[in-house]
Design a binder for this molecule. Structure first.
Ligand code: PMP
Length: 383
């Protein structure tokens, strides 16, 4: 038995999504941009159907959906794609947070090296940044604010609703990295005010390597985002390159399923969190949860077992339990999580912290078994 509890890194693909992808690979062999035959037209049609499925989940217009290779690329386009507009208007100030995914943080920092001024806002121990800390930094020349919806390491929901409403009044562009909330906080996302929004399909049980950037129109005009790569006119030139038809079909199907099933999924996910916490409490082990749980999604638990090295724990349990201690994108070598550091958590506590994340097809009984083995091992490690 081995239970996978690292859904925030990547969720397993839903079999129904996989079936659609197979079908698309077999039956849609054309290039969606070929104009000279029906193969192209058929591929184009299924891509447009998928675009509608994404649009419906997010409650946006289909022509506000631009397919990309995933959230990393979407974040890069949303931020770097504003360079020309920034130079034209003299708006060279960007605000972001210290707990963003590196695909935002590194991208913003790259602009910092090109003469942009960057303000980085940090949270406190709650793991949640404060709306006023962001808004008070807004200046005449602020180009962009980029804040994630849900943090990938802690599961803490950020106040993007309030920030979006306040920025809308000020006319500042707002980008939301919604990679960990898309398909989960379905109603919340629909109510957000933003100009650009990123997500990856594999976090909502779609395929890896596909996602979208949503560019929301204002008075019929898209935000002033330009392409950062050159080539074809695919995705209206925002993302040149042959369109991966089957992956897009998979992304669309994952969005359709999320829209149909999110209420049922919410229920399952919250039962799993309860079950995990019950097992931990029953075990009598000493623990501390990172981040204020009042703001935490039900699919993530970032937890510290004092005195238990997370590296040792993961190494000794990896045959039967897949958990992590940080973002997979930064885990090539161990260094303390920059997200937990930014929250002001001590290095000692960070070294003993792990992230457990799950999804709607996680089985309660399997989780309980995996968690109990993990807890047994943790007790042995701290002696
Ligand atoms: N943003 C967030 C919040 C994420 O969790 C991730 C994936 N860990 C990304 C962006 C990047 O997604 P991808 O690797 O699919 O491009």
């Amino acid at each position: 038995m081995s239970v996978y509890l690292d859904y925030n890194a990547s969720a397993p693909i839903d079999n129904r999504v996989l079936d659609c992808i197979f079908d698309a690979y077999k039956n849609n062999i054309g290039n969606a941009d070929s104009r000279t035959h029906n193969f192209g037209e058929r591929a184009r049609n299924v891509v447009e159907d998928a675009r509608k499925q994404v649009a419906s989940l997010l409650s946006v217009l289909p022509d506000e959906v631009f397919f990309t290779s995933g959230a990393t690329e979407s974040n890069n386009i949303a931020i770097l794609g504003l360079k020309e507009y920034a130079i034209e208007t003299g708006k060279m100030h960007i605000i972001t947070t210290s707990i963003e995914h590196k695909a935002v943080l590194e991208t913003v920092k790259a602009l910092g090296k090109e003469g942009f001024e960057i303000d980085i806002v940090s949270p406190d121990l709650t793991g949640r940044i404060k709306t006023e800390d962001v808004i008070s930094k807004v200046r005449e020349d602020t180009l962009l604010v980029s804040v994630m919806h849900v943090n990938n390491e802690t599961g803490i929901i950020q106040p993007v609703k309030e920030i979006g409403e306040m920025l809308d009044e000020k006319g500042v562009l707002f980008h939301i990295d919604a990679t960990q909330s898309c398909g989960k906080l379905v109603n919340e996302i629909r109510e957000l005010k933003y100009n650009m929004l990123s997500f990856s399909a594999h976090k909502l049980m779609g395929p890896q390597g596909i996602g979208a950037l949503i560019l929301k129109k204002k008075r019929y005009k898209l935000p002033p985002v330009k392409n950062i790569m050159y080539g074809g006119q695919q995705e209206h030139g925002i993302r040149p390159g042959t369109i991966p038809v089957a992956l897009i079909v998979g992304c669309g199907k994952a969005c359709e399923l999320a829209e149909q099933e999110y209420k049922k999924n919410e229920e399952t996910i919250s039962q799993i969190k309860k079950a995990i916490l019950e097992e931990i409490n029953k075990s009598g082990i000493d623990y501390q949860i990172n981040g204020n749980q009042e703001y935490c999604v039900d699919s993530t638990l970032n937890i510290c077992f004092p005195g238990v090295s997370s590296e040792a724990l993961m190494l000794s349990t990896k045959q039967y339990c897949g958990v992590s201690n940080g973002s997979a994108c930064t885990s090539k070598s161990y260094s303390p999580s920059y997200v937990l550091v930014a929250m002001g958590i001590s290095e000692e506590q960070i070294e003993s912290s792990i992230r457990i994340s799950w999804g709607p097809n996680t089985l309660v009984e399997e989780v309980k078994e995996g968690i109990n083995l993990l807890l047994e091992t943790a007790k042995q490690i701290c002696g």
